[in-house]
Design a protein around this ligand. Sequence first.
Ligand SMILES: Nc1ncnc2c1ncn2[C@@H]1O[C@H](COP(=O)(O)OP(=O)(O)OP(=O)(O)O)[C@@H](O)[C@H]1O
Ligand SMILES: [Mg+2]
Length: 247
Amino acid sequence: MTNIELDPRIIAIRESLKDIGNTIVIMSSKGGVGKTLISSLMALSLSLKGSSVGLLDLDITNPSCHLVLGINISSIKPIEEKGIIPPIIHGIKFLSIVFYSEDKPLSLRGSEIDYAIKELLAITRWGKTSYLIVDSPPGISDEALDILSYLIDPRIILVTTPSPLSIKSIERMIVFLKDSGEKIIGLIENMANKPTNPINKICRDYNIQYLGNIPFDKYIDNCIGDINCIKTTLFYRSIEGIINKIT
Ligand SMILES: Nc1ncnc2c1ncn2[C@@H]1O[C@H](COP(=O)(O)OP(=O)(O)OP(=O)(O)O)[C@@H](O)[C@H]1O
Ligand SMILES: [Mg+2]
C-alpha cells in the first residue's frame, strides 16, 4: 500500500467520488489553448443530451468555468450539508474554488494549493453522476499530477493547437503521461480549421484517438457568459461532435 492510500483525506476523496461513472480530465501542455472553454462546453453538451454531469474547476489559481457558463457566483452558493452539495446550473453540478475565493486573487502556493484541491475533492457530495468533467491548470505541474492521483480512474483528454510551438510540447506530455501509466482518451486540436497532418501523426505515433478539430471561432468571445449564444457557435457544434465520439 502506498502512502497516498493511507492518507485519511484520500480515503475521504475516494468515498466522495465513488458514485461517479466517468471522470474526464481536460489537460494541455501549454496555457491558453482552450481547456476551460472545452471543459465547460463539454459539460453543457452532456447536460443538454440528458446525461447527469458534474463540472469541477480545479484551476485553483485561475478558475474561469463560471465565466464561460455565465454563473453568477455572488447569487449562488453550494449548500453545506455533511459536506457541500454542488449547485445545479444549466443541469450541471458545478463546483469551483471561486465560490470560496469570491473571484478575489488567490495567492496560494504549492502545499496550500494541494490542500485546497484535496479539501474540495474530499468534502463535495456529487451523488450519482455519469460524467465528471475536470478543468485543470496548464502543464505537467505537481498540481496537475496530484489531481490525477486523487481521482478514481481518471481519463485524460488532451488539448493542443496546431502551432509548431505546441507540437513538441504536447508530444513530451503524451510520453510523460503514458510512462506514468495515465489513460488518455484522445486529443482535441483547437483553433484548427481542419485536422492538420502533424497532430494526426502524433495521434498515430502514440496510438491516441484524434477526437476532432475545433475551428477558430471569431464569435466565441462575444458569447462568453451567455449559454444561448454559445449554443449557436461553431465551437459548440464542434464540441457536440466530440461528445458523440466519446459517449
Ligand atoms: N476555437 C477558438 N476560437 C477562437 N478563440 C478561441 C478558441 N479557443 C480558445 N480561444 C480563445 O482562447 C482564450 C483562452 O481559452 P481558455 O481560457 O479556454 O484556455 P485555457 O487552456 O483554459 O487557458 P489556461 O491555460 O490559462 O487555463 C479564450 O478566451 C478565447 O478567446
Ligand atoms: Mg483554463
